[in-house]
Design a protein around this ligand. Sequence first.
Ligand SMILES: NC(=O)c1ccc[n+]([C@@H]2O[C@H](COP(=O)([O-])OP(=O)(O)OC[C@H]3O[C@@H](n4cnc5c(N)ncnc54)[C@H](OP(=O)(O)O)[C@@H]3O)[C@@H](O)[C@H]2O)c1
Length: 345
Amino acid sequence: MVTGANGYVASWLVKHLLDNGFTVHAAVRDPENKEKIGHLDQAAENANGKIKFFKTDLLKKGSYKDAMEGCELVFHTASPFSMDVKDPQKELIEPAVMGTENVLLTANEVTSVKRIVVTSSCAAIYTDAIDTVNAPGGHLTEDVWNTTASLTYQPYSYSKTLAEQKAWELAKLQDRWDLVTINPSLVLGPALNPKNTTSESVNILKLMGGGELKMGAPKMGVGVVDVRDLALAHYKAGFIPEAEGRYITSAYNTNFVEMSKILLPKYGDQFPLPKKALPKWFLMLFGPMTNKLFTRKYIRNNVNIPWKADNSKIKRELRISFRPMKETLEDSFQVLIDAGILKAK
Ligand SMILES: NC(=O)c1ccc[n+]([C@@H]2O[C@H](COP(=O)([O-])OP(=O)(O)OC[C@H]3O[C@@H](n4cnc5c(N)ncnc54)[C@H](OP(=O)(O)O)[C@@H]3O)[C@@H](O)[C@H]2O)c1
């Protein structure tokens, strides 16, 4: 079973499972909405596996029972990924934490389940780039937990932290299924359903190619991973018996200026991509006026600060290798152009 099966990240996982001949129980909010699930039907048509859709909701207790019945492996990816929310408790924390509880407690009732892979996030490990530098050894590892996000500062990161903590707490209370978490950094790469994807991942490239940053980009440290490599990481976390604990899933330690520079040779003539870094003093002065999320605290803790994480555990234990960042960025950008979401100037 895959929860949030229609999502940006989960869609590639579902495709990979179908291509490998598995029957996928796709748990979605609205199985009738062809715009949201049509690409999964199409993936199933071209694959050996089969897909069955189930109507579910993170906040509706028991709604995952039918979908989970008969499954050995559960991938729990569903969780709201949005930065711009009015009520973080209702829009982020409750679906993330209660949803995790709902799915994992249902697994206690469904005796076929042997393993649950939860899509957590590097956001459960850090809030700001400065946290990565301040971590023991000067980089993030799987031993680090986010202690700096809150309901009022970076609530998305807070929701992911609380949800992953809930998952480990529930896993320890039983011994039939085991838990593995995948902790991705910023996910980029081609969306399988770009027109109907609300993930912030797609919004970031829209922002870079759409001209909002044509004066320059903030040089903020981030980690990046390709959505296709992430799907494989989930798959291996599900099927390799020895997989255990958390896995930082991040290919590159980079920043938004470097990312734009990679896109410029191919797309710079047609799209107003940022060419330089905006000075930190300028952002401190004007940033908070342009976007309410871009507070002085956020700028201080992220701009001109490198992002550092150790990805050796997943490379070693799940034998994951990551594709070049150029391929990830160009493929993501091209999909947005092909879908008419980004238009040349
Ligand atoms: N994208 C990244 O950079 C990134 C990085 C680290 C971790 N992650 C994690 O990866 C997972 C997938 O994110 P994504 O980027 O693929 O975002 P996405 O495309 O927005 O997918 C989120 C999924 O969660 C579902 N969902 C949200 N609220 C729900 C609810 N109340 N009940 C049932 N389903 C609900 C959505 O369903 P609807 O389509 O019906 O809204 C969608 O299927 C999340 O757990 C996210 O935290 C993402």
